[in-house]
Design a protein around this ligand. Sequence first.
Ligand code: MN
Length: 489
Amino acid sequence: MNIKILDTTLRDGEQTPGVSLTSKEKFRIATKLDEIGIDYIEAGSAITSEGERESIKEITKQGFNAEILSFSRPLNVDIDYCLHCDVDGVNLVVPTSDLHIKDKLKTTRDELLELSNNAVDYCKDHGLKVELSAEDASRSDFDFLKNVYVNAISHGADRICVCDTVGILTPDSSFELFNRLNDIDVPVACHCHNDFGLAVANTLSAIKGGASEIHTTINGIGERAGNTSFEECVVSIDRLFSQFTTNIKINEIYDVSKLVARLTGVYIQPNKAIVGENAFAHESGIHSDGIIKNSATYEPMTPELVGRKRKFVIGKHMGTHGLNSRLKELGLSVNDDQLQQICFDIKELADKGKTVTDVDLQVIADNVLEINHEDRIKLDEVTIVSGNKVMPTASVKITIDGEEILNAGVGLGPVDAAINAIKSLDVFKDIDLIEYHVDAITGGTDAFIDVIIKLQKEDKVVSARGTEADIINASVKAYIAGVNRLLRD
Ligand code: MN
């Protein structure tokens, strides 16, 4: 059976505290959601603001394959705004628990039912598809809930949805609730929240219970503890449920996850399933050795399935097999004695509590292999002028292949100005800065600043690091170290 996905990253996901997307950003995400095969995109809530309506209109204009919906309360004013945005349908959200009916809406069950039916009529009269979502369904009186659904369907609702608004279902109660709705003859959807960390489990149970549509957000972002995570659900359906399928292009999941993380600024925890930094990373010697012999020993799926690559992490738990394959990736071949020595040096560094990066590995390997790289670029001086009333300006003195060069640049901030002063020189022209990450190592304003950057030249990517008390020095140092490595061959 094919399970349909309604993605609500642009509505419930955007309700994540601290997240607000521009119209352009929403459009980029919607384009990607359509590309990977999402069936229904909830593009926003048309009543919210003029800007929100502009964003929704940009999306509906495109003629995507996905059905485009807006959130709507069962009120004509909301539905009119949805119509104004040319959406295909509405996610008509009707609160059904007594708690919501009495305490939030200050109304009665009978009045609510009438409101719901009238709203469905109004939508259908105006040619909208209707998914009727019962808000707080999991805490509603079952007979009343069922009555709201049956009424909505008789007024023309196309689909219904059970919302576990505060995430109180368990895998058992979720299965039971959906099983009790099995005689409903339109598609039944499930909308879960992750307050107890059960959103994905409850969604999978809902499918077993009879749901044929699920609501998700990319990376599980959403209010409070978030919504059902798209990637975890889709991959679980694909790998663990042989009787169910989705229309999702699974090998593009990592791309969409990274896009949403970047645009929302909600970064992914490293141990998150499927898309976390460590989901396909191995450090332990026993595991790495097994993986190299047969990846199934310690991986339930290949990283390529979801568009990723396996990573052997260099650290104190590593064994020589994993280390050797990492060295080969860096283009270094070593004999047994050299391998043992590199392994020893890395463990010594890791024992001091230091994270061993690729750059560290390269330096250690170079030392053991007695390779001396003459750096082509050396930084002599950097001077910054910055403040609240001047454009940040940097001047640099650097030596490139023995020749001293002076240059200046401006930027949005002092770091940007310093990097611009350097990279406008000819030797840097094909090098792109693809990642820039800053951490303060200790708490105060006197903290050491750790800058990690990733640079790319054609298909070669290196990471480099600079740690200094001064953020500008740390950034420039990391940048030049990275460029020197890129220019080595
Ligand atoms: Mn929700």
